[in-house]
Design a protein around this ligand. Structure first.
Ligand code: 3LM
Length: 430
């Protein structure tokens, strides 16, 4: 598995690049001595910033002078978060946004124009797909989808001359992986910009920039925040690209700016990102193994299982295998709903990466923007159940899941027995 020490040149005040991931996640980009010794960065709850002269205001607006003048564009608290995340991702710069969708839309509105083609992987988070399929396409951007885990299909799809190549890995919700290095190499050869949604993996498990990606996107609502108490997004990449997305996509097109308070909560979450991810990954591996042994379970999709079709790629591209699992059970959608309703500890909710284990049904929830036909062709089966393995004691998570699966097994057995009885009764009457 890949090592995870950041290698990008430091512009920090106090955290040399030789420090490990957790150290950078706690310290990078902030020096307490600059702020009266305050251990935590101060919250700049200010929408606007005063100019020391009219001339200096004009210089800030023209870009001749660096500095903050309005919090839709930049803010000192956000700047620390941006530096820290850029460092964790091994990139030059980052841009904080109001949500993951704010990060995605600000980026793609900036990079694409009418007549351009966007080549996206087949399996995407539901609202990302909806934005491309129903949003971008209304403005003359052509969208093409391909299974990016299929090398020859991808090579053929590149003939559409995309300006942007976009994918998630592991993909939400079916846990399919994309070979970041291979796809970025191909995209580069075709002069396309590669955008990777790294929400599921986090920079602790995978750093797409080092593998050739131009831009990395996060829903910081998930693992980066980590406590289910905020909505936020991050874009990461080169200084030039981030400046362009800040001044076009964010400032003028979406206005999807993060509040300083949210930035503070994310920095609090980052302090434990490595600890939390280790626990999420460890527990998910155990739960995935238990699930695959349960007789009610048909299939489990978790990259840490040797049966996962891309287990070898996951071992190469991810430090550990993540905290997300997808699985299918006997009895399809109905049985899945019964199972979810029988849970006591695991919470029925969308979102992921929180301390609480969360379970949901993608076809009727996070991926309901796809039509049933689209779900079939995009690899999202109606019976799929998605589990975000939380930080509770793993025995308690499994105990809850197994009692719910056992309950469904008993219901199914009873239904089968009733069916057999009524068939026998019908025969006797005849
Ligand atoms: C979800 N996902 O439950 P926000 N990229 C990925 C995501 O999973 C998400 C976003 C971007 C879920 C949200 S569904 C109503 C709840 C891979 C979000 C968008 O805008 O911060 O929600 O991120 O899968």
């Amino acid at each position: 598995m890949s090592s995870n020490r950041s290698k990008v040149a430091s512009n920090s005040t106090n955290a040399p690049t030789s420090y490990g991931f957790a150290t950078q996640a706690i310290h990078f980009g902030y020096n307490a001595q600059d702020e009266n010794g305050a251990l935590n960065p101060p919250l700049h709850l200010s929408s606007t910033f005063t100019f020391d002269s009219a001339e200096s205001g004009a210089e800030l607006f023209s870009g001749d002078k660096a500095g903050h003048f309005y919090s839709r564009i930049s803010n000192p608290t956000l700047e620390i978060l941006e530096k820290r995340i850029a460092q964790l991702e091994g990139a030059q710069a980052a841009l904080a946004t109001a949500s993951g969708m704010g990060a995605i839309t600000s980026t793609l509105w900036t990079l694409l124009k009418a007549g351009d083609t966007l080549l996206a992987d087949k399996t995407l988070y539901g609202c990302t797909y909806a934005f491309m399929q129903h949003g971008l396409s209304k403005f003359g951007v052509k969208i093409k989808y391909v299974d990016m885990s299929d090398k020859s299909a991808l090579e053929q799809a590149m003939q559409c001359r995309p300006s942007v190549v976009y994918f998630e890995t592991p993909a939400n919700p079916n846990m399919r992986l994309v070979d970041i290095k291979a796809v970025c190499k191909l995209a580069k050869a075709h002069q396309a910009i590669t955008v990777v949604d790294n929400t599921y993996a986090t920079p602790y498990l995978t750093q797409p920039i080092a593998l050739g990606a131009d831009i990395v996107i996060h829903s910081a609502t998930k693992y980066l925040g980590g406590h289910g108490d905020l909505i936020a997004g991050i874009v990461v990449g080169s200084n030039n690209l981030m400046q362009q997305i800040r001044m076009e996509g964010l400032k003028d097109m979406t206005g999807a700016s993060m509040s300083a308070f949210t930035a503070m909560l994310i920095m609090r979450g980052l302090k434990t990102l490595e600890l939390r991810m280790d626990r999420h990954c460890q527990s998910a591996q155990i739960i995935a193994q238990h699930l695959q042994e349960h007789p009610q379970v048909v299939d489990v999709y978790y990259p840490g299982l040797p049966r996962h079709a891309q287990h070898a790629l996951a071992a190469k591209q991810m430090k550990h295998f993540g905290g997300m699992i997808a699985f299918e059970i006997h009895g399809g959608v109905e049985a899945g709903k019964q199972m979810m309703d029988a849970l006591n500890l695991v919470q029925r909710a969308v979102s992921l990466g929180d301390a609480e284990s969360l379970i949901q049904h993608p076809a009727s929830m996070t991926h309901s923007a796809y039509t049933p036909e689209e779900r079939v062709s995009h690899g999202i089966s109606d019976g799929l159940i998605r589990l975000s393995v939380g930080l509770e004691n793993v025995e308690d998570i499994w105990s809850d899941l197994s009692q719910a699966l056992d309950f469904v097994s008993r219901l199914n057995a009873k239904a089968r027995a009733n069916k057999a009885n009524s068939a026998t009764n019908r025969k006797q009457v005849a």
